[in-house]
Design a protein around this ligand. Structure first.
Ligand SMILES: *[C@@H]1O[C@H](CO)[C@@H](O)[C@H](O)[C@H]1NC(C)=O
Length: 341
């Protein structure tokens, strides 16, 4: 075995559960690399987006309200940012932010809505360990295409590591504490009213361990939707389990699987990896659906997904790029305008 490597991985991925710092670490260099989008993909996305807008009778157009969360400020250094140390990144008090959210919605034109979305990234899975162990090039060229290396298994549908599950439970208590950080200590003030999640196990498990002690998941029924999943194809960790397995593992915990999710993963291809602009169009569809199906009284919504998914969600919403570590979260204050052709 390689004790030195294991030790470094532990340092990079989680922090001592028995030490003082139990928070998720700041983003590492791979997280930062993964959060950036090349200009050619931005341009390709804009071309597709324009076409989508021309072909749709109505569509939502998204932008970010500045001055609410530090993460939207171009000056904020993402490499040092930890959302739990920073009270999620709020600027001012939660009472002020929620009061702004209510006032903006009350005064908005009928075709305009404001919501706060919490974009959560899953905790580290075995594929994240392997990515660090082998480095970016060897991972992308070789290891990501097979299911494991004899020491670890990461495909199909990589699981959270056992350390990640413990870290998620510990961080859940810090989130719970933050929810009471307002004038009345009212934990429902900034709690999400609706939860969405990618169908990949690491995302569903992250949602479960994050919220199970805080919210009644059987009542809130988090929605498992295909569109939130990670970049599709080639990497075995991103191939999902069958609908029956997802159903067996998560329905009894309160999760609701969207009707259109097929039994087998028909979207995964061994020999084609989805491009960034293609993934961005999926995130656009998912966000269009979210704003159409959520009511005017559902103002705070949590989405648990992946580094690639969050990277493109931020682009689609008009937010600056911002690296999110495994187990991290970025809140975004979104203005959505419904246009008609
Ligand atoms: C993930 O965990 C489940 C249930 O514990 C197990 O059946 C499955 O084989 C694991 N998947 C991988 C890729 O290790």
């Amino acid at each position: 075995m390689f004790p030195q490597i294991v030790y470094n991985l532990q340092q990079l991925l989680s922090t001592s559960l028995f030490g003082l710092n139990i928070m998720a670490p700041s983003p590492n260099s791979l997280d930062i690399l993964d959060s950036q989008i090349k200009l050619e993909f931005k341009d390709a996305y804009l071309t597709k987006l324009n076409q989508f807008r021309e072909e749709s009778q109505t569509y939502w157009e998204f932008s970010i309200v500045p001055g609410m969360f530090k993460q939207s400020d171009p000056e904020t250094d993402e490499s040092l940012f930890n959302y739990l140390d920073e009270h999620f990144g709020k600027i001012g008090t939660w009472d002020d932010i929620v009061s702004q959210l209510n006032i903006l919605n009350a005064e908005a034109e009928p075709n305009v809505q404001y919501k706060i979305l919490y974009l959560f990234r899953h905790y580290a899975g075995y594929h994240n360990l392997a990515h660090l162990k082998y480095g970016n090039d060897a991972w992308n060229e070789y290891w990501s295409k097979i299911n494991g290396d004899g020491e670890m298994t990461w495909g199909p549908d990589a699981n959270l590591t056992t350390e990640s599950v413990e870290l998620a439970k510990l961080n859940s208590r810090l989130i719970s504490k933050e929810l009471r950080n307002n004038a009345n200590g009212d934990s429902s003030l900034i709690a999400p009213q609706k939860l969405y999640v990618s169908p990949l196990s690491r995302a569903v498990d992250t949602l479960f361990y994050t919220w199970n002690e805080i919210l009644d998941l059987k009542l809130i029924q988090p929605r498992i939707q295909e569109n939130w999943r990670e970049t599709m194809g080639v990497h075995t960790c991103d191939k999902r389990s069958s609908r029956s397995i997802i159903d067996e593992r998560f329905t009894h915990k309160g999760f609701q699987i969207e009707l259109s999710l097929t039994e087998e993963d028909e979207l995964y291809q061994d020999d084609y990896r989805e491009t960034v602009d293609e993934q961005a169009m999926r995130m656009n569809s998912a966000l269009q659906q979210l704003f159409t199906e959520c009511g005017r009284n559902e103002l705070i919504i949590a989405i648990t997904s992946h580094s690639g998914s969050i990277r493109t969600q931020l682009m689609v919403l008009g937010h600056r790029s911002f690296a999110v570590q495994t187990g991290g979260m970025i809140p975004v204050f979104v203005k959505a305008v419904r246009n008609e052709n």
